[in-house]
Design a protein around this ligand. Structure first.
Ligand SMILES: [Zn+2]
Length: 92
């Protein structure tokens, strides 16, 4: 399978999509979020600086889950808030 190649519309760096069906990626150099259209790439945003990740599972880590092989291609950081249950009591 050929990997589509283009240039970042923001900094001009070479952008390689891992799969021909990929429509979105991030420029490794300027962190622009890029979406592929029929003819070109469009910058749609910017990735924020992420805190260091101490996980042993880093980008490009390869492995197998059950019978399926995988490659880690990205990272998503979710912010959650914790709601504490106050004043709960009772017996169970
Ligand atoms: Zn760029």
């Amino acid at each position: 399978m050929t990997q589509p190649v283009a240039n970042c519309p923001n900094c001009g760096a070479k952008i390689v999509f891992r799969w021909s069906s990929s429509v979105q990626t991030v420029c490794e150099f300027c962190k622009s979020i890029l979406v592929r259209t029929d003819v070109d790439l469009k910058k749609v945003g910017q990735v924020a600086d992420l805190p260091p990740d101490s996980s042993p599972i880093q980008i490009n880590t390869e492995g197998k889950y059950g019978s399926k092989a995988f490659v880690v291609v990205g990272r998503i950081l979710y912010f959650t808030s914790t709601i504490k249950a106050a004043g709960t009591s009772g017996t169970s």
